[in-house]
Every structure is written in structure tokens, then in C-alpha cells.
Design a binder for this molecule. Structure first.
Ligand SMILES: [Zn+2]
Length: 376
């Protein structure tokens, strides 16, 4: 059996639900240590993080991935037990097959093959693996990147193995992601008897016009790579449960997915101005879970597009869609970042799977990309 498929099976067999790693990274460290990669463990609050590097020169190329997986959900929804990998009808089944133990296995085998073929390659090759991508993502990639930045390890090229493909392997890859900003708004009123509204102050009535204006606002127009910024209310709560009480407060939670055309600070300012303009008595708290990042040009994009076009016969589409990824922690370092991985159709679902042929092609693509950037 193909080495990538073999390793992916081994990793799937380890039930590493976030923040568990279940020995996946130890296994990878052992394999790559024998190929000249230096393992460095950077655990944080129960999260397992591994930095593996071969070479001291620049440019530094980094494969970024995670060994944790989301829970399987009820096993009865699966045709096979989620942590007992099985190959059937040309597919490898199991939790993490596509997100993203398949890609991690392809990284490892491509790196092994590359350093065997080019032991004197230029630059350095690294793998950054975490067991905290699917969870809070506080003690994983963010922690490692902070550590690397502090000691001056500058990553030039970063390839994230998240499942980026839609219908065919390599039909789409990501050159950035939008930022995510959440607002927690409380509109204050005064509780009272519904029959005596003049003795109360209804925060729902007060807030309605402001919320309608927030919903109707055009925040920016996006750009060639990014759709316009979106504003969505995700939670709205008021009331005591009784039909004769005017509520005292209205709680609203909303989220921006924003493009680089605006900044988190600008969005916060515009929301505050709008609420002030409506004269709302309110409190507002923010959570910024990641800024946008975008790689518009450069050697990594060229290498990815050339490798995919040559191997699959089709030029990949550039995309910035989807939620955030761990690429957001790499973004501020100035690295060129792309995400290229298998089909995303079954990720986080029951019967998650990846085509065996796609895993083999993915390994070849990763090898080709290393070859284009680092072969002597
Ligand atoms: Zn993932």
C-alpha cells in the first residue's frame, strides 16, 4: 500500500479528539527525526504542539497542520467505526481522513521523499503540528508562532493542508481568509408591566431601527479576492417568558466576516457611531478571533499553480471563502500562505472519507511544490 495511505490509516486509528493528540505527533517526530528533522515540543495547557525543522538556512518552508479531529458524533451514523480506518471502493474512511490526517500524512511522506532525493536542498523545511485546531485554537498554532517570532524564526512560505478542494482534487486552493469579529451588545431599557408602557422603557422597540440599519449597511465592496464584508445577527434575546412583562434588556450577538478592505477597529468604530446615533443606552463588548490574511502573489502561489496545473491538467481557482483557519496566526508574520488539501465534502460528517487516489496525488503535489521552491 502507498506510504501516505498507510500513515493516514495509522493516524486515523488514534482517536485524537481535540485537544488530544493520542501519540500522532510522536509517531511523526520519530519518522522525520531519522531524516534529519529536529523535533521540538512546544506544549501549552494540555495541547500537544510539535515543530520539526530540517536545515538552518532561509528560505524556511513550513507545512502547517493539525492532528486533532472533531468528535465522531453517534457511531450508529457511521458505516464503519470512525476510528477504525478502512479502505473500501477506493476511499479511505475514518474521522480525520479529509480533515486533516490525510494531508498530514501526505506532508510527512512528501518531505521524506524530498529530502531523500535532495539531501542538500536549499533553505529549510519545517512542519508545525498542533492538537488544538478544531477547539479554542488558543494554545496551538498561535502559541507556536508567538514562540517562533520571539526567537526570530521567520517563515517565508506556509502551506496549510486544510481541505480546500470542492469537486476535484486541486480545483480550488485558498490564498487567504476573511477576518472574524464578534460583538456582544446589551441594549438597556426598563422592565415594567405591559399594560403600563409609559412606566417602562422597551429595549426591543428602541433597538429595532438600529439593528435594521446595521443589517442594511454596506461595510465595503470587497475586492478581486474577497467578497464584501458580511454582518450577521447570530443571537437575539429578551423577555422574561411572561407575556405581561416588558423586558429590561435586549441581548444581541452579531458577527462580521470581514475583508482586508476594512479593519476590526474601523468596524467597531462604525458600529459604535451607529448605536450612538440612535441614542441607545447600551454596553458593547468585542471578541476578535482573527484578522484577514491574503497572499496576492509570490513564489509560493506560482509553485502551487504550476504544480496543480501540471499534475491535474487544470488551473486551480483562487479562493478566500470559508471560516477562519490556523493560517490567521501565520498571517501577521508576513509569510506567504496558501491552503491546499483534499475535497471538503465530508469533513466533520459521519462517514468522512478521502479518495485513495487523491491522497497519492496530494503527496505528489506537495513534493512538486517543495521541488519548485527548494530543489538545488
Ligand atoms: Zn482542519
Amino acid at each position: 500500500m502507498n506510504a501516505t495511505v498507510e500513515l493516514a490509516r495509522e493516524l486515523i486509528g488514534r482517536p485524537s479528539v481535540t485537544p488530544e493528540d493520542a501519540g500522532c505527533q510522536t509517531r511523526i517526530a520519530e519518522r522525520l527525526a531519522s531524516k534529519g528533522f529536529q523535533p521540538e515540543w512546544l506544549p501549552s495547557n494540555g495541547v500537544t504542539n510539535l515543530w520539526l525543522r530540517r536545515g538552518r538556512q532561509e528560505p524556511l518552508f513550513c507545512f502547517l497542520g493539525h492532528t486533532d479531529v472533531v468528535p465522531s458524533g453517534p457511531e450508529s451514523a457511521w458505516d464503519h467505526p470512525p476510528f477504525q480506518p478502512i479502505v473500501e471502493d477506493g476511499y479511505l474512511f475514518g474521522r480525520g481522513a479529509a480533515d486533516m490526517k490525510g494531508s498530514v500524512a501526505a506532508f510527512v511522506v512528501a518531505a521524506e521523499r524530498f529530502v531523500e532525493a535532495f539531501p542538500e536542498h536549499r533553505g529549510s523545511i519545517a512542519l508545525l503540528l498542533t492538537s488544538d485546531e478544531e477547539g479554542p485554537a488558543v494554545d496551538g498554532t498561535r502559541h507556536v508562532v508567538k514562540h517562533l517570532t520571539q526567537r526570530g524564526d521567520a517563515i517565508e512560505y506556509c502551506l496549510v493542508g486544510e481541505p480546500s478542494s470542492q469537486d476535484r482534487l486541486g480545483d480550488e486552493y485558498k490564498v487567504g481568509r476573511r477576518g472574524s469579529l464578534t460583538g456582544f451588545l446589551t441594549v438597556h431599557g426598563e422592565q415594567g408591566h405591559v399594560a403600563y408602557p409609559h412606566l417602562a422603557d422597551n429595549p426591543v422597540h428602541r433597538a429595532t431601527a438600529a439593528l435594521a440599519e446595521l443589517i442594511a449597511t454596506e461595510w465595503d465592496q470587497g475586492d478581486a479576492d474577497f467578497p464584501p464584508t458580511s454582518f450577521q445577527i447570530v443571537n437575539l434575546q429578551a423577555g422574561t417568558g411572561a407575556d405581561n412583562v416588558i423586558p429590561g434588556n435586549l441581548e444581541v450577538v452579531f458577527n462580521f466576516r470581514y475583508a482586508p478592505a476594512v479593519s476590526a477597529e474601523l468596524l467597531q468604530q462604525r458600529v459604535s457611531n451607529l448605536l450612538e446615533g440612535h441614542g441607545l443606552s447600551h454596553t458593547l463588548r468585542w471578541r476578535h478571533s482573527g484578522g484577514p490574511f491574503a497572499t496576492r502573489s509570490g513564489a509560493l502561489i506560482q509553485a502551487v499553480e504550476a504544480a496543480v496545473t501540471e499534475r491535474t491538467g487544470c488551473r486551480p481557482r483562487r479562493s478566500t471563502s470559508g471560516g477562519t483557519s490556523d493560517g490567521r496566526f501565520m498571517g501577521p508574520t508576513g509569510a506567504e500562505i496558501v491552503e491546499l488539501g483534499p475535497l471538503n465534502a465530508t469533513i466533520h460528517k459521519a462517514n468522512e472519507r478521502v479518495a485513495v487516489a487523491d491522497l497519492e496525488t496530494l503527496e505528489a503535489l506537495y513534493f512538486d511544490i517543495l521541488h519548485r521552491l527548494l530543489a538545488q
